[in-house]
Design a protein around this ligand. Structure first.
Ligand code: ATP
Length: 444
């Protein structure tokens, strides 16, 4: 996709998000806060559905993974042990000409703010030397800033899992191999947040840490790679837009023995969506060393004692949401016009059905409201009686609603309704009392 097409597509997605209530710029009435976004009525439903879909696959359907919700603020020593205080840095470079700040390792893909057709390393601006910049947000605990303890907003959810691993083992009766899953906010003071919600300073992660015997790491690593790319397929993401990227020696994080990214073809190119990492025994050994607490596991069956290896699957919730939007967005040429349609998988669509009375009389609104009241105990539905029915369909197409149900004059005679499917626009008549099962079969 050319740069102009890609910018166009992103601009259209951003504007649809605002128009339909998916995502707004944070603090907009004060001019906005760079890289912070708020999820609107549809956005929050989509995000909740993505998280539930992840949780279902990673926890509910598995006997060997349990959940956790650790606090965002944790003991500062955790971040010393993990290596974040010393090593969670990005190389920062300033341009003396435009006064911009950039990540030194991304200059050839960062447009110059003054000359957007050129990249920062091609625009002729005078660059400073590179400095290392720690990405953790610092704050203070206690009423006084001086004298208070410096604490960090967690830059990843993983550490909360490692420091709870013995608690979970003892309380859940799990045995190695087993995993702990967590969804939660993480914060990184990114130098160049960009591309809408792709890279922000506050975001949500969906992480799972799987504890295995040291010699079983490669086998489990391969297993989790396949599981995780398969999950995006089940989420309805087009296979052609997904691929693996293997980290070369120079890309590997200090803790990793092997790492693969699941990448998605965004309008702005192939980018990381999720990391699958073999973290070895690095994390637990470091916490053992720094806390003085034993992190070894005793295997009853083999009588062995070892520090487990960890296979991590670390996905960004907001990035997955952007992926779903970008993958689903389409402008479809019809005979007379073009319609914008979000072909979201019905499993994650924010609203499952729009319920319409064809006209606002003859008892149709009352019947449509009655159907809405029944269905809303089971799924998100939306009652709409405003405007011509064709326009109401189009609004729901843009919102990604997979089904629209219309109560018309025939409904009054034979208690059937018209169901229109978003993608094919095909319509069929079904009995109103079979509507719940009809929708359930298709959206869950
Ligand atoms: P990147 O190279 O893009 O900065 P990373 O390799 O540092 O990402 P991880 O630390 O592996 O990312 O984080 C796991 C996942 O969390 C990423 O794959 C991504 O989906 C998400 N993520 C990381 N940083 C951000 C961010 N600033 N904004 C939104 N999501 C993020």
């Amino acid at each position: 996709m050319s740069k102009t097409d890609s910018d166009n597509k992103m601009n259209k997605i951003v504007s649809l998000c605002k128009r339909r209530g998916y995502i707004y710029q944070s603090s907009e009435i004060y001019g906005g806060l760079d890289s912070c976004y708020d999820y609107g009525p549809l956005g929050i439903e989509l995000k909740k559905n993505i998280k539930e879909f992840w949780w279902k696959h990673m926890v509910q359907l598995r006997d060997d993974i349990v959940g956790l919700d650790a606090s965002i603020l944790m003991h500062p020593k955790i971040w010393e042990a993990s290596g974040h205080v010393d090593g969670f840095v990005d190389p920062l470079i300033d341009c003396k000409t435009c006064k911009g700040r950039f990540r030194a390792d991304q200059l050839d893909s960062t447009p110059c703010p003054n000359k957007p057709s050129k990249m920062v390393n091609q625009c002729g601006g005078e660059l400073t030397d590179i400095r290392q910049f720690n990405l953790m947000f610092k704050t203070h605990m206690g009423p006084l800033e001086e004298g208070g303890t410096v604490v960090y907003l967690r830059p990843e959810t993983a550490q909360g899992i490692y420091v709870n691993y013995q608690n979970v083992l003892q309380s859940s009766r799990q045995k190695v191999p087993f995993g702990i899953a967590q969804i939660g906010k993480a914060f990184r003071n990114e130098i160049t947040p960009r591309n809408f919600i792709f890279r922000t300073r506050e975001f949500e992660q969906m992480e799972m840490q799987f504890f295995v015997k040291p010699d079983a790491d490669t086998e489990w690593f391969e297993y989790w790679k396949e599981q995780r790319i398969g999950w995006y397929d089940e989420l309805g993401i087009k296979k052609d837009n997904l691929r693996f990227h293997q980290h070369g020696e120079n890309e590997l994080a200090h803790y990793a023995k092997a790492a693969f990214d699941v990448e998605y073809l965004f309008p702005f190119g192939w980018k990381e969506l999720e990391g699958v990492h073999n973290r070895t025994d690095f994390d637990l050994s470091r916490h053992q060393e720094h806390s003085g607490k034993d992190m070894k596991y005793f295997d009853d069956a083999t009588r062995e004692r070892f520090v487990p290896y960890i296979i991590e699957t670390s996905a960004g919730c907001d990035r997955t949401l952007l992926t779903c939007l970008a993958d689903a967005y389409e402008e479809e040429e019809l005979e007379k016009d073009t319609r914008t349609v979000l072909r979201l998988s019905p499993k994650i669509a924010p609203v499952k059905a729009g319920i319409f009375p064809l006209v606002k009389r003859d008892g149709m609104p009352e019947l449509a409201r009655k159907l809405t009241d029944e269905l809303k105990h089971h799924m998100m539905v939306f009652y709409d009686e405003g405007g011509a029915v064709g326009r109401r369909y189009r609004r729901q197409d843009e919102a990604g609603t997979p089904y629209c149900v219309t109560v018309d004059s025939q409904t009054l005679e034979d208690q059937t309704v018209t169901v229109r499917e978003r993608d094919s626009m095909a319509q069929e008549r079904i009995a109103a009392d079979g509507l719940l099962n009809y929708l359930r079969d298709r959206v869950q």
